[in-house]
Design a protein around this ligand. Structure first.
Ligand SMILES: Cc1ncc(COP(=O)(O)O)c(C=O)c1O
Length: 381
């Protein structure tokens, strides 16, 4: 078995002692992008004052414009942030929720984002309404469950584009329509989307959309994007007040005090790394890897194709049917697989079910997934 673009493994300097099949959690940065990142750091350290006082503004604007183009946007349509956790907190703390409002989240939502919603609801006297959907629910079933949860008080829907624990997509365009028809503010957590699914952000027209480039664009850690619809740009402000706070969106976000901007500045080189290969080819190659690993694990766990959902993604899950122990139990099994079998793979626990999530990235070889299958056999059988 050979994967397309397998020769590109040498573009990364991952520890050869481990099989890394969890690109989805924290990404992994190609060496050439790490070098660009170092060059930015060195440039700053040659004259920090010159850089921060006279160069940073334009350099960040250039990087923001490059990232925006990649997302099909103009430079002033997006703000650079550190990550989607920051995006969720910024939206939830900055949005004028009112007492009695209801905010819908799904039980599949990323925990930290649900916590941000919960804290904002508590502060405003609003109600968090959690709707239960299953990993295997069809898009139509998900839409109907959400519609059934809408009341006159529903003010906001917060939804993942691609879930973390179950790596499934939700029908974000259709839900945008539902929100518009019901005058509901629409928030999309697109942590895994940049690099995996091209989204027409203008057509989607979410009130707030946030995504990460340090996952599937392999940018250095700390490259997030927040898109605020024009109708909210005067209302939603950064969580941190800094010198540029009086300027129009998105400039207040460009410098929130003295922080290291080099991940943002290196993001264009990560985009270029994959653009040179061709994004469609990269996506196919990553999906092929994930499916190869997934089928091996399905055999080990006795899971059939009726028990999984296949999206065209570089990450996908296999349900684990004979597990117990909750969140702590899954963390312990994940650590054991990493330590004993040298395979980094996440085990998630959500809505009382367990899933093993497999990622595919250009650096993965068949041996990574064969090692994973062996670890699964020894751990679960
Ligand atoms: C759906 C989802 N939302 C939010 C996050 C948080 O991302 P970050 O830690 O980069 O803020 C993740 C991370 O995996 C995620 O999968």
């Amino acid at each position: 078995m050979e994967f397309d673009l397998q020769e590109l493994k040498s573009e990364w300097n991952l520890d050869p002692a481990y099989h890394q099949v969890n690109h989805g959690s924290f990404g992994a940065v190609p060496i050439v992008v790490q070098q660009v990142h170092s060059q930015w750091r060195e440039r700053i350290q040659r004259n920090p004052v010159k850089f921060f006082a006279r160069e940073l503004k334009d350099e960040v604007a250039n990087a923001r414009a490059h990232v925006a183009r990649f997302l099909g946007q103009e430079g002033d349509q997006i703000a650079l942030i550190r990550n989607t956790t920051e995006g969720a907190s910024t939206v939830m703390r900055g949005f004028p929720l009112e007492s009695g409002d209801e905010v819908i989240v799904l039980n599949q939502e990323y925990g930290a984002v649900t916590k941000a919603v919960a804290r904002a609801c508590d502060a405003a006297g609003a109600k968090l309404v959690e709707i239960n959907v299953d990993y295997l629910d069809t898009d139509e079933q998900v839409i109907l469950k959400i519609i059934a949860g809408i009341t006159k008080k529903t003010r906001m829907l917060v939804i993942d584009h691609i879930t973390s624990a179950t790596a499934r997509t939700f029908p974000i365009y259709e839900l945008s329509k539902v929100c518009k028809e019901n005058s509901i503010v629409y928030v999309v957590d697109a942590s895994h989307s940049p690099g995996t699914i091209d989204t027409d952000l203008d057509r989607l027209d979410a009130d707030f959309w946030f995504g990460n480039l340090h996952k599937w664009v392999s940018a250095p850690l700390g490259v997030g994007v927040l898109r605020v619809a024009p109708r909210w740009q005067e209302v939603l402000r950064p969580l941190i007040v800094s010198w540029r706070d009086d300027e129009p969106y998105p400039f207040p976000w460009d410098m929130l005090g003295t922080v290291d901007p080099t991940s943002w500045l290196s993001a264009p080189s990560a985009i270029e790394f994959f653009s040179k290969i061709g994004w469609e080819r990269v996506r196919k190659a990553n999906h092929q890897r994930m499916m190869y690993g997934r089928e091996l694990v399905m055999k080990e766990l006795g899971v059939s194709f009726e028990q999984i959902r296949v999206d065209f993604l570089p990450l996908g899950v296999v349900p684990i049917l004979n597990m117990a122990g909750g969140r702590d139990g899954s963390a312990a099994v994940q650590a054991k697989i990493a330590e004993e079998y040298k395979v980094e793979v996440p085990i998630s626990f959500i809505a009382d079910k367990y899933y093993l999530r497999i990622s595919g990235m250009l650096y993965n070889t068949p041996q990574d997934y064969e090692a994973l299958a062996l670890a699964v056999r020894k751990t679960f059988n």
